[in-house]
Design a protein around this ligand. Structure first.
Ligand code: FES
Length: 106
């Protein structure tokens, strides 16, 4: 299992066991992580699964694909480390990943 930690805007950290091959968003929803709405169910068409990837993990998670970048235009308070969590696939290399949830989605 791969551990992923979600940190909310108040600084509360929640760590979940994520299954390889799933997405970061799916693990957030499955574990009831507050602040991840994922209205489109992972189709990259809602931008309500927006997270900030912790700096040290940015090279591991990689950059958004063009479709994700387009959707990020609809997200609130987008930053250079913004990603849509439904577009981050869980791999063994992501063990220990830390992402932060925004103050609000959309
Ligand atoms: S769940 Fe809709 S864009 Fe990620």
């Amino acid at each position: 299992m791969v551990k992923i930690t979600f940190v909310d805007p108040e600084g509360t950290a929640r760590t979940v066991d994520a299954e390889e091959g799933s997405t970061v968003m799916e693990n957030a929803v499955r574990n009831g992580i507050p602040g991840i709405e994922a209205e489109c169910g992972g189709a990259c068409s809602c931008a309500t699964c927006h997270v900030y990837v912790d700096e040290e993990w940015e090279t591991v998670t990689g950059s958004p694909q063009p479709m994700e970048e387009d959707m990020l235009d609809f997200a609130y308070d987008v930053r250079p480390n913004s990603r849509l969590s439904c577009q981050i696939r869980v791999t063994p290399e992501l063990d220990g990943l830390v992402v932060r949830t925004p103050i609000r989605q959309g």
